[in-house]
Design a protein around this ligand. Structure first.
Ligand code: HEC
Length: 89
């Protein structure tokens, strides 16, 4: 499932989106060498299972003004991706 995210992300390199290694537990918008939207940078969120689930349902609903436009409607797909991200410490 993570291949869907790889259109814009990778684990170790910034791409269209920020790199994902260590994302679970880190504050949103906190990679120093990636140009986040102001909206995400100032969101005050931290990435845990709950916020990552809501983010994948609809990033713009969680953080209005974000520049990530991608949605996963299947709950099992979102859960599988979160489990995978938790392993990328
Ligand atoms: C079409 C491109 C695209 C796709 C596909 C995409 N993303 Fe993103 N993602 C982005 C962009 C762009 C940002 C930066 C958003 C911002 O700065 O507002 C982002 C940011 C994120 C962040 C915030 C990370 C941080 O450091 O705060 C997470 C988490 C994330 N994406 C997860 C995912 C997951 C999981 C998937 C696959 C289900 C995915 N993304 C698919 C473009 C994408």
């Amino acid at each position: 499932m993570y291949q869907a995210c790889e259109a814009c992300h990778s684990i170790d390199d910034n791409d269209l989106g920020p790199r994902h290694r260590g994302v679970v537990g880190r504050p949103a918008g906190s990679i120093a060498d990636y140009a986040y939207s102001k909206a995400l940078k100032s969101s005050g969120l931290a990435w845990d299972e709950a916020t990552l689930d809501r983010w994948q349902i609809n990033p713009s609903a969680l953080v209005p003004g974000t520049k990530m436009f991608f949605q996963l409607s299947a709950a099992q797909d979102r859960a599988d991706i979160i489990a995978y991200l938790q392993l990328q410490k």
